[in-house]
Design a protein. Sequence first.
Length: 439
Amino acid sequence: MADRLTRIAIVSSDRCKPKKCRQECKKSCPVVKTGKLCIEVTPASKIAFISEELCIGCGICVKKCPFEAIQIINLPRDLDKDTTHRYGPNTFKLHRLPVPRPGQVLGLVGTNGIGKSTALKVLAGKLKPNLGRFNNPPDWQEILTYFRGSELQNYFTRILEDNLKAIIKPQYVDHIPKAVQGNVGQVLDQKDEREMKAELCADLELNQVIDRNVGDLSGGELQRFAIAVVAIQNAEIYMFDEPSSYLDVKQRLKAAQVIRSLLRPNSYVIVVEHDLSVLDYLSDFICCLYGKPGAYGVVTLPFSVREGINIFLAGFVPTENLRFRDESLTFKVAETPQESAEEIETYARYKYPTMTKTQGNFKLKVMEGEFTDSQIIVMLGENGTGKTTFIRMLAGLLKPDNVEGSDVEIPEFNVSYKPQKIILVNWHESVPISSGHHF
């Protein structure tokens, strides 16, 4: 069995602090005690180095590290020859690549930190795959030889020889205002290579924010703006990293229609998506990614949409006879309301009054209502209809402009509020919720 396994050692650069520990990993390593340099670290080091060739996989260093910075993972040796890219020693490792096909939408699905964004960068030609040789990276001729006989050889040959243009819609749209200046209309005018501005603005509901600065857009507006900026340009490769984040159901369907409209016989469209219903609607075929987040990721062969989603939910890849998750993901059918009412006891009932709140041109009117404890209440509605404003008023973070004639007052209780947009303010300090900060 040992001959069939290979090990990867992951040392977190954020957690490893040799200056603040006693180098317990090195002192406890049995291989180091035999005189071999399996772990190299001193108090002056920035980060510990672990030799994967000398490591015996005992796991002692993992348990001894006071900062929990080390992971030792056993992999099948078959995967070692399939290494596509590694960022450096003791860092994330990606095995294999998704295989895009012209005229079809390729969907990628997998947990966060598993290598989907890395795969996009490689397929876009923005990250040169080093085949795991970060100290001696190969040239493109060697990379093409490595992929010889596969569809990826033709794909990378087209990127190099035909100078294909690839555009990626970034995953974190809330970072866009830092890089893009001006209002929505000006940016779209600058990028409009397909003369599709009017049509895209109508489809993605951008006409009402066309004169607004990019920095003033909400999360959903930024997402639709980012999709429009990508779709409005001429390119051979379109990539969308999580295009449905921040969007409501109707907007997700509209965005999916816009993405599918980009298909041409010689163009590639690749989408990373967590929403399985959107993935099902968008994709023509799917590649699943599995592994250990932050440590390594493996790309499966392409599957049909139905088969790929079922493989991801089951946690089992039949073509490789491999289980990558202990349990399958199942969706339980909700019980009838009558059965639920008998099982759950409620102890308190809270009422809130009829109230109004005006913010700019938007006016929200809330009718008097009530809720009890021991309940999960879901609010459904399109973006921009006042759900967040209502929640903030209930949490005491926003005062209503007017409370209409009623003896009922907004209930006072301790509230833990998770905001829609994360704003880090004095992360290491305790900020009271009454101050208006989110942390």
